[in-house]
Ligand binder design. Structure first.
Ligand SMILES: C[S@@+](CC[C@H](N)C(=O)[O-])C[C@H]1O[C@@H](n2cnc3c(N)ncnc32)[C@H](O)[C@@H]1O
Length: 350
């Protein structure tokens, strides 16, 4: 094993919760309505009023209209393409699986909720794979397609508002992905999730921690990237929706009352520097995804929160992207998968 290989193997082993092998190892319902059988009474749910589509345009990007200003990333086609690529990356990490929680201990989950579903790609995948489940996706933006599996429904709503699903204890499985930076009050979100799960039901969060890990000191060749990470974290905190939260979600889930809480941390290289076919493929996508993230993450936070001009922000974006292309940079991210169960047995009264 080369020096680089053993170094990264050690780094992996030091993390108890790391599930993935070291970065070097991989060498080479159609009857949905009746299944649902209950109403969604949340704030605006089904109706797509014009105000929801009355998007805000700023600095060349398009932003959500419902609860305008609450979320700082755009919702335009470029952003949707980025989200779908992020979906692909999560699927690669999990070798094609959409979840880690042991969902099928008591048969197929009937009611599934996806928090902040984005383009709805995860919901549609789950609905296709499990036709007897009803999958509900909630988002501030109505950016999901019209032609979807019959057991998949989308609603515009704010997941940080009071939920009004009827009956309470409605869902067998609640899922959220890439929501760090979207949520002001994680403890409240998890408390609401717990209340809305059936006994025995699962909550799962799939997140990446917004820190660029350095493999071999190459980060010193990326000063703008380092500086950007510090500033964007600060901006997200001032905004009230901290980007760096993935590493505390397990604790928040336990504090909310979930049991059997598990966490796995996966290393995802940025770029093709790590050895092995799987990591090279992951790294190729994750570099493109990171490059495509710099502008959407920066524009609103730097101009609205930190007081940068648009030109200053765009110059900084160009420098950060240039750092990301530096071949001396051998960096990676941590993806955190966390899942926990509501105590009790999954039993149905109706
Ligand atoms: C980074 S995207 C992740 C999308 C999706 N979960 C995925 O993994 O592809 C975050 C999504 O959360 C949505 N969002 C942010 N705050 C929200 C809120 N308070 N209520 C509902 N959706 C929200 C955004 O509109 C956006 O689509």
């Amino acid at each position: 094993m080369s020096h680089l290989e053993s170094h990264l193997t050690d780094a992996t082993e030091q993390s108890n919760t790391s599930h993935q092998p070291p970065l070097v190892e991989d060498s080479d319902p159609s009857d949905a309505d009746s299944a649902y059988g209950a109403s969604i009474n949340s704030t605006i749910s089904a109706s797509l009023t014009s105000s929801v589509l009355n998007y805000r345009y700023e600095n060349g990007r398009r932003y959500h209209a419902y609860r305008e200003g609450q979320y700082y990333l755009p919702n335009d086609e470029d952003e949707q393409a980025r989200l779908d690529m992020l979906h692909h990356i999560f699927c690669l990490v999990l070798d094609g699986a959409l979840f880690r929680a042991p969902l099928f201990q008591h048969g197929q989950p009937q009611r599934v909720l996806d928090l902040g579903c984005g383009t709805g790609i995860w919901c549609m995948g789950f609905a296709d794979e499990f036709p007897e489940s009803l999958v509900i996706g909630i988002d501030l933006s109505p950016i999901q397609p019209d032609w979807v599996p019959p057991n998949c429904k989308f609603y515009v709503d704010d997941i940080e508002s009071e939920w009004a699903y009827s009956p309470i204890e409605h869902f067998d499985y609640i899922h959220g992905r890439a929501l760090c930076g979207s949520i002001a009050d994680w403890p409240r979100l998890f408390t609401q999730s717990l209340a809305n799960l059936r006994p025995g039901g699962w909550l799962e969060m799939q997140e990446f921690y917004c820190h660029v890990y350095d493999y071999d000191g190459g980060i010193d060749n990326a000063p703008c990237l380092k500086d950007w990470e510090v500033k964007i974290t600060e901006a997200s905190r001032r905004f009230g929706k901290d980007l760096k939260k993935a590493n505390v979600l397990k604790q928040h889930m336990e504090d909310a009352g979930f049991v059997d809480v598990q966490e796995e941390i996966y290393k995802v290289p940025i770029g093709t520097w790590a050895k092995g076919r799987k990591f090279k493929e992951l790294g190729r996508y994750s570099l493109v995804q990171f490059l495509d993230s710099v502008e959407p993450f920066s524009l609103a936070l730097f101009t609205r929160v930190l007081g940068y001009t648009v030109d200053e922000t765009k110059i900084m974006i160009a420098k950060v992207k240039s750092d990301l292309h530096n071949p001396k940079l051998h960096s990676y991210l941590h993806f955190h998968l966390v899942w926990g169960r509501k105590a009790g047995e999954l039993g149905r009264s109706e």
